[in-house]
Design a protein around this ligand. Structure first.
Ligand code: AMP
Length: 182
């Protein structure tokens, strides 16, 4: 089961609640708390990801704050792989490396501890977030990993909001796997 059948996809998709006009008018928010709050759906997803990534020889699974942490940490524990958080600015206590990225108005930044991958030479890394919209956050996370010796072997998103991004450039830099599309 390296990717899901259409029936399995619609089962998972139905477990995600959509909320209109959150956090502001015009946004359809995909609420994954209903997926992780459903024991069957959450474990179905984790079983699938664990099977997909079992043979990748991963050294680290990196999760993007904050919903990415839920899936990345749970999968890391299943695969007995280390977990690394990528966080918003000024959240991590030790020395960090950082990557700026542009938003519609202004900039944001993601950070990671400088020694996050120091336990393994040329570490193989899987990057995980819950959802890819414009792709700005994921690109910044990939740029951050590129500042290290580690190699991002795949970026995995539970849900891809296709209309908002073009994964072309991104997927030339790393493999991309989106469990679901909307
Ligand atoms: P982006 O950088 O535009 O790809 O945004 C990705 C991040 O924003 C992810 O971490 C998502 O959790 C969050 N996000 C963006 N749009 C939505 C949405 N419509 N519903 C839920 N989360 C979203």
């Amino acid at each position: 089961m390296k990717s899901l059948s259409n029936e399995q996809k619609s089962y998972l998709f139905r477990s995600i609640r959509t909320v209109r006009d959150f956090p502001k008018p015009g946004i359809l928010f995909y609420d994954i708390t209903t997926l992780v709050g459903d024991r069957e759906a959450f474990n179905f997803l984790l079983d699938h990801l664990a099977e997909r990534y079992a043979d990748y020889g991963l050294d680290y699974i990196v999760g993007i704050e904050s919903r990415g942490f839920i899936f990345a940490a749970a999968l890391a524990a299943r695969l007995r792989v280390a977990f690394v958080p990528i966080r918003k600015p000024k959240k991590l206590p030790y020395i960090t490396i950082s990557q700026k990225y542009s938003l519609e108005y202004g900039f944001d930044q993601v950070e990671m501890h400088v020694d996050a991958f120091s336990g393994v030479q040329d570490a193989k890394v899987l990057l995980i977030d819950d959802l890819i919209a414009t792709g700005g956050t994921a690109r910044a996370a990939l740029d951050l990993i590129a500042q290290t010796q580690a190699k991002c072997v795949e970026a995995c998103f539970l849900l891809n909001l296709r209309e908002l991004n073009d994964l072309g450039e991104f997927s030339r830099r790393t493999n991309v796997y989106c469990v679901l599309e909307a």
